[in-house]
Design a protein around this ligand. Sequence first.
Ligand code: HEM
Length: 147
Amino acid sequence: MDSIILLLHVLGATIWTGGHIVLAVGILPTVLRENSPAKLLEFESVYEKIGMPALLIQVITGIAMAYRMIPDVFQWFDFSNPIAHLIVSKLCLLLLTIVIALHARLRLIPALSASNLKLMAWHVIAVTIISVLFVVVGVSFRTGWFY
Ligand code: HEM
């Protein structure tokens, strides 16, 4: 069961982080060059259907793995334990992702135009960098990079 949870977590990571890198590096430069919100919306409408379930799977499997590592949830915030640093880092990255994604989804995307395209681009870049940090922190559970 543990290995299935890890497999789902890694599969979700390929979709979430990979999808954002494709968007930021492959699509965003053309969108900005052509000043074309339509191209961004087209990608968003397709990616949303895969990316959102992937993020949900990340959260569920991530919480399950954190729970297996430290079964007392209050100990997740005990900073004398190095594993707690990583779990809290993941939770902070998640909070940041939710705030930025909600602002983009609820405020920017419904009225996306040439005038707020640059602001939307910064949102995409921020969520992409955070998605890579999720992977870096994730891998460091095994490599011990941060402790
Ligand atoms: C989009 C969000 C996320 C991405 C892209 C992501 C990515 C990753 C990756 C690539 C690993 C390494 C897996 C391995 O060791 O082979 C990992 C491990 C881990 N992640 Fe995440 N993660 C995300 C969200 C979360 C969340 C919300 C939590 C909850 C606290 C979490 C908790 C963990 C834990 C506990 C591990 C260690 C698993 C192990 O080494 O056995 N992750 N993550």
